[in-house]
Design a protein around this ligand. Structure first.
Ligand code: SIN
Length: 294
């Protein structure tokens, strides 16, 4: 039976209904994989996944990467990165403020992972509605809808993605971390990223679908190579704003048991930070490696 896909009117937002990820036959898995390739974001609700079950499902797509800050990976299952605001004995059990800016995951490594699968274990609530939504925008659609001259221009360009600039942008600085145990851990983890600056082309071609997309991240690009500082900043602002036009953004309102699969090569995402303890948010993320193409 074909899978039940519900589109929501944005270039990438849609939901697959009526599947049990612990009981997937080959054809249903293939249909989910096809939807993942086509849309870049797949929402599947009402799942019950132990860490091992999430790993088994994720590995059907390919090999997995560990999140670079090992401190926030699950000890017994280090391929699960914990996104959480919970504390254990006063210490953060996971990364609380992962991704509160428009980004694709792990842009600071030479070969960023293809995708991430985020599973909701606990979702915060204010009594009337869930909190901690995640927004998604298609960088593929953004590339395809650029004007021809702009497309020509960005096709030729590369840019410097800077961890230092990012740290300042989101306030992960040693000064701010002085009295904050959580930030102290994040800043220490960030120090370990050797390549504080990395150059990526502004357009990337998806290694599996062959489709082109814009490769930009908010608050991170310190310089477009070959442009003046001002032109560089203006171009990046134009491109990021083009990607995140409100009319094309999909906003995911989480429920416990949701798993959302996103493709870093064709989408940006951003988490909201509109909750705090005792409102609890606890998520498990697996990270799909870049495919090895011979
Ligand atoms: C992430 O960027 O991996 C986390 C997204 C979220 O917490 O919604």
């Amino acid at each position: 039976m074909p899978i039940d896909i519900h589109l929501n009117g944005t270039p990438l937002g849609h939901e697959i209904r009526g599947v049990d990820l612990n009981n997937l036959d080959e054809q249903t898995f293939k249909d989910i994989d096809d939807a993942y390739k086509t849309y870049g974001v797949v929402v599947i609700r009402d799942q019950k996944l132990t860490p091992d079950q999430q790993l088994n499902f994720s590995r059907r797509f390919g090999s997995l990467d560990r999140f670079v800050f090992d401190r926030f990976n699950m000890k017994e299952n280090p391929e699960i990165f914990i996104v959480s605001n919970l504390l254990d004995d006063g210490k953060p059990v996971g990364m609380e403020d992962a991704g509160r800016y428009w980004h694709s995951d792990m842009w600071y490594v030479a070969t960023p992972p293809r995708g991430s699968f985020l599973y909701a274990v606990e979702v915060p609530h204010d009594g009337t509605r869930p909190l901690g939504d995640t927004y998604f925008a298609s960088t593929r659609y953004a590339y395809e809808t650029l004007s021809e001259p702009l497309k020509e221009q960005v096709n030729q360009l590369s840019a410097v993605f800077s961890s230092r600039k990012y740290g300042e942008y989101v306030g992960h600085t040693p000064e701010k971390a002085k009295d904050n145990i959580y930030l102290k851990e994040v800043v220490a983890a960030r120090e370990k990223i050797k390549n504080n600056e990395i150059t990526h082309p502004l357009v990337r071609t998806h290694p599996i679908t062959g489709k082109k997309s814009l490769h930009v991240v908010q608050g991170v690009i310190s310089q477009v190579i070959g442009l003046s500082a001002q032109d560089s900043e203006e171009l990046i602002d134009t491109l990021v704003n083009h990607v995140i036009r409100p009319e094309v953004v999909y906003r995911h309102v989480w429920r416990v048991g949701d798993i959302v699969l996103w493709d870093n090569y064709s989408a940006l995402h951003r988490a909201t930070g509109d909750f705090k303890l005792p409102q609890r948010r606890h998520m498990h993320r697996t990270t799909l490696s870049a495919p090895k193409i011979n």
